[in-house]
Ligand binder design. Structure first.
Ligand code: ASP
Length: 595
């Protein structure tokens, strides 16, 4: 037996027991003639002590130990004279009687501390060492707890976990596919699933009316900080449902996770926001009030349309603008000229793209604005009333094309939220956003793209427009689609699906597929819809992201045991890599030299 206990287990009540521990040497200290060893495993740290009077061979062995050596120690649990309240085992130590080196270790390339000295790249290359650190251990454990809770909750709600294949035919979700050459069918390729979308719909046709899967998905897209080429979804589908049935079912899941994981496991206080029904707002309102389809509603500061009050007073910039809108920053009237100039520079950065910033301060001596020349106190007062601004507040205004300006105001809103500390780390504000546009026109390729994916149903009331040949009509069609958002992060998205083969065919037509093409790529699902497809809908949650948000972190990579870096590389494996000429040939691929 390698060990009787873990390094996180022993307490003062174990005093006097003979135990055997195994783990890694975290730290070695010599004090007088004593040697102290911090022995670490997944569960914690226990202090080992070797006395000055210990046998010489034991002391010699201890002298040879280095950081991260794997050792086994037998000894007696004794009360510490110098207790450490910071760790669970801090009241005891092990007086070592026998010590064995199970394996020596090279000096690790970085320190195994909460704040390590290792850079990103180095840590990625030695991921197995980085994973020994507490922050990553906590993240991986949180992920495990999340997965267990998802499974137990959904299974309790009669959802079946069903696996779907990884070698499939391309399913478009708007990204590029990763493909796998087939040796047995030379010249042909499988695609890795961007999601199990079509399979879960086929399961509905098959009658498995509640499905879920914690499943790996693959998308070959340009990477951003919160994206990985392979990532995990909690993928779900239900039959015989309308939108609100789906939202209610998964609001139930979300509430369960808030309760069990956030409040239970992470000991976060029980916040009223996630005990009450989650707010539900339309895409149009999300854009209007927050300038984004994933609003952070931990704080108010809604965008307010000032167009009708701002135009027609001789200020050329506003007069020529499509839209004028603003936000009211509570209690910020004290902002100095310097701070406002700096904010103006901030909104002018290319990422935000505003031409300038107009402000109005509500001071005890009236409203002081940067456009006083053009607006009387009465008009400025009207702005204040519309914005519900009071003395002490600061109004910030942008103008331009409607959507672009709303987006810029949305960014400014978040920035002000950050500056005023309104986006609190320990506050979680979930909400649903629904009624997205169905289609997006792309000028470059001169065609429509599905905003969500091609299996999303138009809203029934927009069906006429969906069947219309006119671009203007199609642009206005609303999708029966919804997103789940927490703190400004899109955590999930789904829709009620098309289940009628004629409508599915029409969708492919709208997306510019010829009938033959649609048939070649999607014949299987169009066909399935002719064999008794029930009405159905579902959702998929970004599992890695949800863990990241609950963990209060920015980095999705911390929550994936072996992630890829920003260029999609696995630094540890050094993948992707070349394959040899023989393997290329066998797969019917030309090697670089033959091309
Ligand atoms: N398959 C979709 C996605 O990956 C989710 C869904 O519609 O259920 O975004």
């Amino acid at each position: 037996m390698y060990r009787t206990h873990t390094c996180g287990e022993l307490r003062i009540t174990n005093q006097g027991t003979e135990v055997c521990l195994a783990g890694w040497v975290q730290r070695l200290r010599k004090l007088g003639g004593m040697t102290f060893i911090d022995l670490r495993d997944r569960y914690g740290i226990t202090q080992l002590t070797i006395e000055e009077q210990a046998p010489a061979d034991l002391r010699e062995l201890a002298d040879k130990l280095g950081r991260e050596f794997v050792v086994q120690a037998k000894g007696k649990v004794v009360e510490r004279s110098n207790k450490n309240p910071k760790i669970d085992t801090g009241e005891i130590e092990i007086a070592v009687l026998e010590l064995k080196v199970l394996n020596a270790a090279q000096t690790p390339p970085f320190t195994i501390e909460d704040n390590t000295d290792g850079g990103e790249e180095l840590r990625a290359t030695y991921r197995y060492i980085d994973l020994r650190r507490n922050p990553l251990k906590r993240a991986i454990m949180l992920r495990h707890t999340m997965a267990q809770e998802v499974r137990s909750y959904l299974s309790g709600q009669h959802f079946l976990e069903i696996e779907t294949p990884v070698l499939i035919k391309s399913t478009p979700e708007g990204a590029r596919d990763f493909v796998v050459p087939s040796r047995m069918n030379l010249g042909q390729f499988y695609a890795l699933p961007q999601s199990p979308q079509t399979f879960k719909q086929l399961l509905m046709v098959a009658g498995y009316d509640r499905y879920f899967q914690i499943v790996r998905c693959f998308r070959d897209e340009d990477l951003r900080a919160d994206r990985q080429p392979e990532f995990t979804q909690i993928d779900c589908e239900m039959a015989f449902v309308e939108r609100d049935d789906v939202l209610n079912a998964f609001e139930g899941l979300a509430k369960h996770l808030f309760k069990s994981v956030l409040c239970g496991y992470l000991r976060h206080s029980n916040h009223p926001r996630y005990n009450q029904p989650f707010p539900r707002i339309s895409y149009a309102d999300a854009m209007r009030y927050y300038g984004t389809d994933k609003p952070d509603i931990r704080f108010e500061m809604k965008i307010c349309d000032l167009t009708s009050l701002a135009k027609g007073h001789g200020f050329p910039v506003f007069d020529s603008a499509d839209y004028v809108g603003g936000i009211c920053v509570k209690g910020a009237a004290e902002y100095t000229r310097k701070q406002l100039d700096e904010l103006t520079e901030w909104v002018k950065r290319p990422q935000i793209g505003a031409k300038g910033l107009v402000y109005a301060r509500l001071t005890p001596d009236g409203i002081k604005s940067s456009v006083d020349k053009f607006y009387t106190q009465e008009v400025l007062q009207q702005w204040a009333v519309r914005m519900e601004a009071m003395e002490g507040d600061l109004i910030l205004i942008l103008c331009g094309a409607e959507k672009k300006t709303q987006e810029a105001l949305g960014d400014l809103r978040l920035e002000m939220g950050n500056r005023l500390g309104l986006r609190k780390k320990d506050d979680f504000a979930p909400l649903w956003v629904y009624d997205f546009p169905l289609l997006e026109w792309d000028d470059e390729t001169q065609r429509f793209y599905a905003m969500h994916h091609p299996f999303t149903s138009p809203k029934p009331q927009d069906m006429d427009k969906f069947l219309s040949p006119k671009k203007e009509d199609l642009e206005q069609v609303c999708a029966n689609a919804y997103d789940f958002v927490i703190n400004g992060v899109e955590i999930g998205g789904g829709s009620i699906r098309i289940h009628d083969s004629a409508i599915q065919k029409r969708m492919f037509e709208v997306l510019g597929f010829s009938e033959a093409e649609a048939d070649y790529r999607f014949g299987f699902i169009i066909n399935a819809f002719t064999y008794g497809a029930p009405p159905h809908g579902g959702i998929a949650f970004g599992f890695d992201r949800w863990c990241t948000v609950f963990g209060g972190s920015e980095s999705i990579r911390d929550y994936i045991a072996f992630p890829k870096n920003n260029s999609g590389r696995d630094m540890m494996l050094d993948a992707p890599s070349h394959i040899d000429a023989a393997q290329m040939k066998e797969l019917g691929l030309a090697s670089a030299s033959e091309r």
